[in-house]
Design a binder for this molecule. Structure first.
Ligand code: IDP
Length: 138
């Protein structure tokens, strides 16, 4: 067993489309544990830090604006290899090509806009998880 923790965000599109329950249901059904959970309206500075690796890319500003557009659910989720496991559950970034059975594949919409409104975020490595959990659950 390799029990890890990861940061899961339900992005503003997921909250606005009333998919919070469905997404949390999938996480719990998989056997992961919700260690901490909150509904937050993030500030720009937090989002800029969270997405620092994307600064300078064309989608950075639209991404931050999108993430500011409404409340976000932040969850500290624990489980065996949950970092990789949740990313597999989420599916690839682009909802159009995300596989059926994944959160983005089943529930995501192709909005045809500048930013991928893809419902969820999950940390991509142990280092990211530690950094992001410290940011969102200071
Ligand atoms: P991930 O969320 O699947 O890990 P990242 O590459 O970390 O994807 O990108 C962060 C977020 O930025 C994505 O979830 C998506 O919302 C947005 N994004 C990433 N790449 C693009 C792009 O090429 N066009 C528009 N939005 C993008």
């Amino acid at each position: 067993m390799s029990v890890e923790e990861t940061l899961v965000l339900i992005k503003p599109d997921g909250v606005a489309r009333n998919l919070t329950g469905e997404i949390l249901r999938r996480i719990e059904a998989k056997g992961y544990t919700l260690v901490d959970l909150k509904l937050v309206q993030p500030e720009r500075a937090l989002l800029a830090e969270h997405y620092a690796e994307h600064e300078g890319k064309p989608f950075f500003e639209p991404l931050v604006e999108f993430m500011l557009s409404g409340p976000v659910v932040a969850a500290r989720v624990a489980g065996n290899r949950v970092i990789e496991g949740f990313r597999a559950m989420a599916g690839v970034s682009d909802p159009t090509i995300a596989a059926a059975g994944t959160i983005r594949g089943d529930l995501g919409r192709d909005w045809g806009e500048k930013v991928q409104k893809n419902l969820v975020h999950g940390s991509d490595s142990a280092e990211s998880a530690e950094r992001e959990l410290a940011l969102w659950f200071a």
